[in-house]
Design a protein around this ligand. Structure first.
Ligand code: GCU
Length: 666
């Protein structure tokens, strides 16, 4: 088999369930579609690619709607049951109607219909109506202009700026198809550690070429910008957001962009963070900076995504407190086309963090969710980690800011405080590797990000099932087994890397292997020892009122829980507490025993996954099977590496023997 993962979940291999295939063929005798628009053409292309391949039979298009069994049409007048680019798929006698209020809605409806076929669902008596719960569903690429991808583990960037604007790779179109199929409607092709050059006239032409490719797929392009662009590109004396000339510069630049790209999405900004320039350089606030850009974009309908990932070098506040400290006082000051983009947790995409306390704490501001799809701290593209469970854990977390039911998802989708601008972004794990994401299972993380941005009420398990059916196998037993592996996979990694609320134990710079002992970096808050605080007494970072008081940033409901080790969930225990090695856990074991048990359980689970995968050999295409098999072998080795490094290091403080049943690491 030549299957190498390039086709992602849009594989469209012929269905081998002959009974079902026959039923589909009967139901799909002819298609009516008005393909006059650019998006209409894309829909037609996708149907022509998918249906003959899935059904093993040529596809007929009808010129009249009456004769067609599948009809894809805009609503005569907009349906109030559908919002934005939502759609309906409805059975009507022998017809199946896909309707929407927009062309892009029809494209989404078509992809949903294809998903039903790909996942072998019945097409009888369909009555589906869906609208996106989140308005901007985005991928953020951390790709530099020279094809290097920061924290990218799947080869070079897919964006070849050298050959743009003239050379439009087929890959751009396939990327757009994949994104549209899961409802992603915005992309930032370049790194948040931005390069001012992107706003130069020559590069804007390249951006225009990408925007032209993506437009029919309903995808808008946004750009990461460097706050010092006025100085760097045009030699202005300052980039102070309150300076009239600077404001004018951004207005002119914005107008120049919209001339080339009438549907340009807006700007993503990392400012005054990790060395990036920003309004703070001039004594101005994040709101001053964001609003200057927002005002320039507003006449054109563009948005500002202003990142809250900030932590200062010599701050008196412990790192996890800083985004809240800096941003909460600015609540109410941001223009309404600004969304403040917050990482899911208060530190930095660790295998597990509590939800960021910013969610719920800025009621007058649109808050965007930033998830990381690329596995910077979860074993790059060699460890199998299905992140659907992690995304759901965060989205379902209840902030309690307005009583029970104030979930993070409701903060993000705008429903809790009545914001119309809503955003979910994922830092992309996509690169030029044949299979796009390095690890075949990395594709599932791209997939689940899009699906949850569309509908955060879907379950991680349901989405995993869809993805497996579309990507790997229809065999029921194998699918069950694979989905079970996926569902447990992230927790396994937490167990062998950072169990019980530990975090930031990775080695310096690359963030790959373990480095809990590192204590000599230029900044205290880069050292793992700053976070785990292991000593002869015990382990963990006290974030109660007796410690850094991180708990104070959460709603009273959580303050009470997080302040008390007996109430704090085990998963977050050492995030909030510094506890003695012989602390009695819920299980009755000591903290030391339990810590070791987690490390061993995690590493054992990696081995189990490896064995389980081997049993699937006959139901998975050989290339896919082998890619995963080889990656799992690496993961097993490295899970032990993490386990042994951490257990032996912490043992040098606990000075306790390994509990019974665990072999001594060699
Ligand atoms: C992390 C990551 C950086 C990235 C930064 C960010 O610190 O390691 O590579 O630039 O997050 O989100 O801005």
């Amino acid at each position: 088999s030549g299957e190498d993962g390039y086709r992602l979940w849009l594989k469209y291999d012929e269905l081998d369930n002959t009974k079902l295939k026959k039923a589909y063929i009967k139901q799909l005798s002819g298609v009516y579609l008005d393909a006059s628009s650019a998006t209409g053409k894309v829909i037609k292309q996708e149907l022509e690619l998918a249906l003959p391949a899935l059904l093993g039979k040529p596809l007929t298009f009808n010129t009249k709607a009456d004769n067609a069994s599948l009809r894809i049409q805009l609503n005569q007048s907009p349906s109030a049951l559908i919002s934005g680019d939502g759609f309906s798929i409805q059975s009507q006698g022998k017809h199946l109607n896909i309707t929407a209020n927009t062309q892009v809605g029809l494209l989404y409806g078509t992809f949903h219909f294809l998903r039903l076929v790909q996942t072998e669902q019945s097409l009888a008596k369909l009555d589906i109506t869906q609208s996106p719960k989140i308005q901007l569903r985005m991928l953020n690429h951390w790709d530099d202009l020279d094809r290097h991808t920061e924290r990218g583990f799947a080869g070079e960037s897919i964006f070849d700026w050298h050959k743009l604007p003239d050379y439009k790779e087929q890959r751009y179109y396939d990327y757009a198809r994949a994104n549209a199929s899961i409802g992603i409607n915005g992309i930032v092709p370049i790194n948040v550690n931005s390069n001012a050059l992107i706003l130069s006239p020559a590069y804007l032409q390249k951006v225009q070429a990408l925007a032209d490719v993506f437009r029919p797929y309903g995808i808008k392009v946004y750009l990461s910008i460097k706050f010092s662009s006025p100085q760097q590109l045009d030699g202005l004396a300052t980039s102070d957001p309150l300076d009239k000339q600077v404001q004018q510069w951004w207005q002119n630049k914005t107008a120049e962009i919209y001339k080339l790209i009438p549907d340009f999405g807006g700007f993503l900004v990392k400012a005054n963070s990790e060395g990036q320039p920003g309004p703070g350089d001039y004594g101005r606030t994040h709101a001053d900076g964001a609003n200057m850009l927002a005002k320039a974009l507003k006449p054109f309908g563009g948005n500002v995504l202003w990142r809250a990932f900030v932590y200062a070098h010599d701050s008196e506040h412990e790192r996890s407190l800083q985004a809240y400290t800096e941003f909460v006082p600015l609540d109410g000051q941001f223009e309404d086309n600004v969304s403040v983009q917050v990482k899911n947790g208060p530190i930095d995409f660790q295998p597990r963090e509590p939800f960021s306390p910013l969610f719920g704490a800025m009621p007058q501001t649109s808050l965007a969710m930033e998830f990381q799809v690329t596995q910077e701290y979860l074993g790059f593209s060699t460890h199998l980690a299905y992140l659907g469970t992690m995304y759901k854990e965060v989205l379902d977390a209840d902030t309690h800011v307005k009583g029970t039911g104030s979930s993070v998802a409701k903060v993000i989708d705008g429903s809790l405080e009545g914001h119309s601008l809503s955003v979910m972004a994922g830092v992309a794990n996509i690169g030029a590797d044949r299979n796009w994401t390095g690890h075949i299972f990395g594709q599932a993380n791209w997939y689940v990000l899009g699906r949850l941005a569309w509908d955060h009420e879907l379950s991680a398990e349901q989405i995993a099932h869809e993805w497996v059916a579309m990507t790997l196998t229809h065999d029921v037993k194998s699918s069950e087994q694979i989905v079970a592996m996926m569902m447990a996979s992230r927790e396994n990694i937490v167990n062998y890397m950072t169990p019980l609320g530990l975090h930031h134990l990775m080695d310096t710079g690359h963030h790959y292997g373990p480095g809990p002992w590192v204590d000599n970096l230029g900044r205290a808050d880069w050292n793992p020892t700053y976070y785990h605080r292991a000593d002869d007494f015990g382990i963990g970072l006290d974030r109660t009122s007796k410690g850094t008081n991180g708990v104070s940033q959460y709603a009273p409901y959580w303050q009470e829980i997080f302040s008390d080790p007996a109430k704090t969930p085990d998963e977050l225990l050492l995030w909030f507490h510094h506890l003695p090695w012989d602390y009695k856990m819920r299980s009755g074991q000591t903290l030391w025993q339990e810590l070791v048990a987690h490390y061993y359980t995690g590493a054992a689970a990696a081995e189990q996954m490896q064995q389980d995968w081997l049993t699937l050999k006959n139901n998975i295409e050989p290339n896919q099977f082998n890619q995963v098999r080889m990656a799992l072998a690496i993961q097993v080795k490295e899970a032990k590496w993490w386990r042994d490094a951490c257990v032996l290091y912490f043992q040098s403080y606990s000075k306790m023997p390994l509990p019974m049943g665990f072999e001594k690491p060699k």
